[in-house]
Write a protein that binds this ligand. Structure first.
Ligand code: SAM
Ligand code: SF4
Length: 341
């Protein structure tokens, strides 16, 4: 069993399968995109599989595939099948912008993917197009339908709350009254400040602004107030056993009688570092102990030229380097699309 220097059990690995994406969300990537890493710097799926097999020996058996957009990488369903059937991971989840789910959902489910989180930040087609710099809302809505049709449960929707985007929070919350969709509101995070340097400070220009951070309590208060005015009743806290299963620190609520839930994830307003259970692997093969820290360890070199023991040594070093807390540190040299969220 893997534990870090602060006694936390680490059993969850987020793997960025690629740094590439078919969208350009304003809070995630600068307009011109980030220069893609050359192919030879990106781990092959075989290298990731080998790394994962070694991580599993440490008891790190929950795997989330992310990116960039993981589904733009070829061979993801087959890769998942390998993880489940040969590597022995406990469960595989996917975080996706949803646009490619109509094409892949059934195949992914059949390959052994257990759960999907779909990111969506506006229900207005024009706003969606501007937030993603060119995406089509209808593609994501079709992706959500495809996830349900393929039988995924739970299906979660991740909404990053950014003040200057003026999102219709109640519109999102109402979706939970229609079907068992779990809508989670995530506080906009100060990641990639220096990566986006010079781009201005508002979310629209791809930078981080403290004014754009909306504390989860404010989001909940807005939804409660607007929900009551719309006759949806109060939001009721959902106990752990009634919440959709997950590996992260969301707190859940629901409108009485609704099939879905409303969650909040509050990395800034409620530090959840004490419960941190994860490591992150970037697409170019760096192992990151903390989302908010620039510290990372090269695992690509030992995967290419070293032994399994060399890889184990990097995992142990990363576990030992997990900070106790992020202390609200703002800015890292990499953007979210490179770290994987
Ligand atoms: N492309 C996939 C997607 O959009 O779901 C996976 C990668 S994306 C980087 C993973 C998650 O990070 C998404 O839910 C996205 O909304 C979120 N994200 C990106 N930048 C963020 C930021 N600055 N603060 C909070 N969440 C962010
Ligand atoms: Fe792409 Fe996801 Fe980042 Fe949007 S949030 S640009 S979909 S990686």
């Amino acid at each position: 069993m893997a534990t870090d220097a602060h006694g936390r059990r680490i059993d969850y690995l987020r793997i960025a399968l690629t740094d590439r994406c078919n969208l350009r969300c304003v809070y995630c990537m600068p307009e011109q995109g980030v220069p893609w890493k050359p192919h030879d710097q990106i781990l092959t799926l075989e290298e990731i599989e080998r790394f994962t097999a070694i991580a599993v020996e440490f008891g790190i058996g929950k795997i989330r595939l992310t990116g960039g957009e993981p589904l733009v990488r070829h061979g993801v369903p087959e890769f998942i099948r390998h993880l489940r059937e040969h590597v022995g991971v406990e469960a595989v989840a996917l975080t996706t912008n949803g646009t490619l789910l109509p094409k892949f959902a059934a195949e992914l489910r059949e390959a052994g993917l257990e759960r999907v989180n779909i990111s969506l930040d506006s229900l207005d087609p024009d706003v969606f197009e501007s937030v993603t710099r060119g995406g089509h809302l209808s593609d994501v809505l079709a992706g959500i339908d495809a996830a349900f049709e393929a039988g995924f449960s739970p299906v979660k929707l991740n909404v990053v709350v950014v003040r200057s985007l003026h999102q219709d929070l109640l519109g999102f919350a109402k979706l939970t009254t229609e079907r068992p969709l779990h809508v989670r509101f995530i506080e906009y995070m100060p990641v990639g400040e220096s990566a986006h340097e010079g781009s201005g400070c508002a979310a629209e220009s791809g930078g981080w602004s403290r004014e754009d951070h909306v504390p989860s309590e404010e989001t909940l208060a807005t939804i409660t107030q607007q929900g009551e005015a719309a006759g949806l009743g109060p939001l009721v806290a959902v106990e752990r056993d009634g919440a959709p299963g997950g590996w992260g620190p969301a707190r859940y609520y629901r409108f009485e009688g609704a099939p879905g839930t409303i969650g909040v994830i509050s990395p800034l307003s409620h530090h959840f570092c004490g419960e941190c259970n994860r490591l992150r692997l970037t697409a170019d093969g760096m192992l990151r102990p903390c989302l908010f820290s620039d510290i990372e360890f090269d695992v690509r070199s030992p995967l290419r030229t070293g032994t399994d023991d060399d890889v184990r040594a990097v995992i142990l070093t990363a576990l030992g380097a997990k900070p106790e807390s992020h202390h609200d540190r703002v800015g890292t040299t990499r953007g979210m699309s490179q770290i994987g969220g």
